[in-house]
Write a protein that binds this ligand. Structure first.
Ligand SMILES: Cc1cc2nc3c(=O)[nH]c(=O)nc-3n(C[C@H](O)[C@H](O)[C@H](O)COP(=O)(O)OP(=O)(O)OC[C@H]3O[C@@H](n4cnc5c(N)ncnc54)[C@H](O)[C@@H]3O)c2cc1C
Length: 412
């Protein structure tokens, strides 16, 4: 039996380890276009600001337990002959195949993009390229105030550049409500990073090849030596179009992580699956989800029949200037059917959204005590019963979960 995994990041590596934990005999080959050891992708912004930092996996299975790697790009799949096509022209036969190709930055159509000084941040090489190019530069402009935009802005600020984030909507749009976004904007601005919302870049102004400034949609011009584009990511599906594998935005999978083609699975950022709360097809784009999906897909490829419970498309956990920020499920609604409870003091912000007896969304900034309990309540749609007041006061405890299953009502 030959298992091929396309992509050697968290989903792919988790799958390889899971296959090997159940099956010590089969051949496992990871095909990776990134010629690096597997690494913690969310940590790449630290490569910009720190010299001595190792972000490669602590437990890298490649080369061990008979897990091989081929450093090439997969350009196509022949689902009839069960072969993957490589950029070198070679073909490799598989019995079971897993697609974990992740996603790539979206590049908007902006004048002056071509030339030096414009970067995205997705890979280790991107981070090292930004670090090198930033040497001796003064002004950085980051397009996009999402998680990646904020992280890169903080890193560039730490190495001494003047940084401006340009954001069309609001900081962490889609991950936080308006108030949460205002709080984070305040924290980021306090660090010296400028934020301009309601605007975008219409043109990168160059003098010969060098960037001089950016022109905003509002007409305003801002000095710039380096521009980072961080407006989101799209799943890497191009190599699988016209193969017969069902692709919507990402590769469509069922609860066993299988695509519509027998023996072909998908996991991680590239995989599309219904969101737990809305039931609508979604992409998760989260490290923890990619790890879980990869692990389950690997187990199923090795013969198990494990069901994936699904993800919440809003499920963020991060730190911004050492302040923890967590958002789960529904984060904003104007619908009167929902009960919204917010609490705020100097350092903390908490928001809970209930639909009847069920917690459907939450935001925590600062104090994140017991956020895991709230995540469990939301993910499993657990009727909260008499514990609602405890949830609101933040005094829920794990003891309330001791004998609970997803269909049980909590008891005080
Ligand atoms: C700067 C940054 C910060 C982040 N911060 C957070 C965070 O705080 N929390 C969080 O949960 N998530 C965060 N993420 C998202 C997280 O990194 C991803 O959700 C996760 O890496 C997805 O894992 P994956 O294995 O599905 O895909 P990826 O990690 O994207 O890996 C896919 C791999 O497949 C390779 N590949 C693609 N196409 C091919 C092909 N045709 N042939 C061969 N190889 C191919 C790619 O080169 C890549 O190496 C962040 C991401 C970035 C970029």
């Amino acid at each position: 039996m030959h298992h091929i995994i396309i992509g050697g990041s968290i989903a792919g590596i988790s799958a390889a380890k899971a296959i090997r934990s159940s099956d010590v005999i089969s051949e496992i080959t990871i095909i990776s276009e990134e010629r690096t050891k597997p690494y913690y992708r969310p940590m790449i912004p630290f490569l910009i600001e720190k010299d001595e930092i190792d972000i490669t996996f602590v437990d890298d299975p490649i080369g061990k337990y008979g897990i091989k790697v081929v450093y090439e790009k997969v350009t196509g799949i022949d689902v009839e002959s069960k072969e993957v096509l490589l950029s070198s022209g070679k073909r490799l036969n598989f019995d079971k195949l897993l697609i974990t190709t992740g996603s790539s930055p979206i590049i908007p159509d902006i004048g002056g993009l071509k030339g030096s000084g414009v970067f995205t941040l997705r890979t280790m090489d991107d981070a090292l390229g930004i670090k090198e190019y930033s040497k001796g530069r003064r002004n950085a402009v980051v397009l996009g105030g999402g998680l990646v935009g904020i992280k890169v802005a903080i890193a560039l600020k730490h190495i001494g550049l003047n940084v401006t984030i340009i954001e069309l909507k609001q900081i962490l749009y889609g991950r936080l409500d308006r108030r949460g976004s205002e709080i984070i904007s305040g924290i980021v601005k306090k660090s010296g990073v400028d934020i301009l919302t309601g605007d975008s870049i219409s043109e990168i102004i160059r003098e010969s090849d060098n960037i001089k400034a950016v022109r905003l949609s509002s007409g305003r011009i801002i000095d710039a030596d380096i521009v980072i584009i961080a407006v989101g990511a799209k799943p890497n599906v191009d190599s699988f179009k016209n193969t017969g594998i069902k692709i919507n935005k990402g590769v469509a999978i069922n609860e066993y992580l299988q695509t519509n083609i027998p023996d072909i699975y998908a996991a991680g950022d590239v995989a599309e699956y219904p969101d737990v709360t809305t039931g609508m097809s979604a992409l998760s784009v989260l490290w923890t989800t990619a790890e879980e999906m990869g692990r389950l897909a690997g187990k199923n490829m090795a013969g198990d029949n494990l069901k994936y419970r699904g993800f919440l498309s809003v499920m963020n956990s991060t730190e911004i200037f050492n302040i923890p920020v967590i958002s789960i499920g529904l984060i904003e609604t104007g619908d009167k059917d929902f009960e919204i409870i917010t609490e705020e003091d100097i350092n903390d912000y908490k928001k809970l959204i209930f639909k009847g007896n069920i917690l459907v969304g939450a935001i925590f900034i600062g104090n994140i005590t017991n956020a895991g309990i709230y995540t469990n309540l939301i993910k499993n749609k657990i009727p909260i019963g008499r514990l609602k007041q405890k949830a609101v006061r933040g005094t829920l405890s794990y003891i309330n979960f001791v004998t609970m299953s997803p269909i049980q009502t909590l008891t005080a």
